[in-house]
Ligand binder design. Structure first.
Ligand SMILES: Cc1cc2nc3c(=O)[nH]c(=O)nc-3n(C[C@H](O)[C@H](O)[C@H](O)COP(=O)(O)OP(=O)(O)OC[C@H]3O[C@@H](n4cnc5c(N)ncnc54)[C@H](O)[C@@H]3O)c2cc1C
Length: 273
């Protein structure tokens, strides 16, 4: 082998095919001192299913990547990628990420994955998406995907936060969907957003688990209680919220599904810890 060829081979060996790509920030919108969303460029080769999450981040001072799991909030058909983020004041990533501006660079992992996907559920009539806090992010993707409405007659998204200002992203997104050229007509009469607050007065009050358990959620929506024959569920929130909501699904006779074994409900934590 020539010296040139040896050099080329050694150079090629150093390239990590799984290394994150560097993407450009296109837009940033802040909602509260704890919440914001941003959009970045999407590489042509980046494929995912609506509802999945991926590792994103920023380079550390030593140049190595600092990555965290993030649900992709945009639908699979979108040319750009959107994320909905918390700002943790002393959080290693978000204390820096919250300062990004259009034109800045963000790292994007290459392997999206997750269980909050339509394929992990058996067919049904009504799809519930239960979320708290940034747990709404995967549902921001799924409510913008036409396939959701092709598979279900009715889609009910619940979003619970402490204060009403924390519901701005979900409320604006769902309200604007009616004007969306792709899914606007599909969502009409099919998609409903049910919001509740736990720490200030709002249209609906309290934890989603209490609203399910008391039957108030179904009463307010004018639908029958959970039924495994017709209803499917997706759950995304804190560990506690997931465990409590999951217990209510099981009590109602629904079984947990996965990519390998689709069933009647699926779960994903919105953050670790
Ligand atoms: C599968 C998965 C999907 C995720 N998707 C998102 C997402 O779409 N948007 C998002 O903002 N975060 C998401 N996260 C959380 C994310 O990975 C980071 O934890 C978050 O960005 C904070 O990073 P950090 O380095 O600043 O602080 P970390 O050191 O990661 O977190 C510090 C502490 O902040 C709290 N915290 C972290 N994330 C949240 C959150 N989202 N809501 C409330 N409290 C939180 C926890 O108590 C945690 O211990 C997801 C996590 C998982 C496991």
């Amino acid at each position: 082998m020539s010296a040139d060829a040896t050099g080329a081979a050694a150079g090629a060996a150093r390239v990590n095919p799984n290394a994150p790509t560097e993407e450009t920030v296109l837009a940033v919108e802040h909602y509260t001192d704890r919440l914001f969303r941003f959009r970045i460029t999407r590489p042509r080769s980046f494929r995912f299913r609506s509802g999945e999450f991926v590792m994103i981040g920023l380079p550390k001072e030593d140049g190595r990547p600092l990555l965290r799991a993030y649900s992709i909030a945009s639908p699979a058909w979108d040319d750009e990628l959107e994320f909905y983020s918390i700002k943790v004041p002393d959080g290693p990533l978000t204390s820096r990420l919250c300062h990004i501006k259009p034109g800045d660079k963000v790292l994007l992992g290459k392997k999206p994955t997750g269980t909050l996907v339509l394929d992990a559920l058996l067919p049904g009539k009504r799809l519930y998406m239960f979320s708290t806090g940034t747990g709404f992010a995967p549902f921001a993707s799924l409510v913008r995907d036409p396939e959701t409405y092709e598979r279900y007659d009715e889609v009910i998204v619940t979003h619970t936060c402490r204060e009403a200002a924390e519901l701005t992203y979900s409320r604006n997104l769902v309200a604007d969907l009616i004007n969306d050229p792709l899914v606007g007509e599909m969502v009409e009469g099919k998609l409903r957003l049910y919001t509740s607050c736990t720490r200030e007065p709002h249209d609906h009050q309290g934890r989603i688990t209490d609203l399910i358990e008391s039957g108030k959620l179904f009463e307010d929506l004018g639908v029958k209680p959970l039924n495994p024959a017709t209803d499917r569920g997706m759950i995304c929130g804190s560990m506690e919220m997931i465990q409590d909501t999951k217990a209510l699904m099981i009590k109602a006779g629904l079984t947990e599904g996965s990519n390998a074994s689709p069933a009647e409900f699926v779960i994903e934590k919105a953050f670790a810890g």
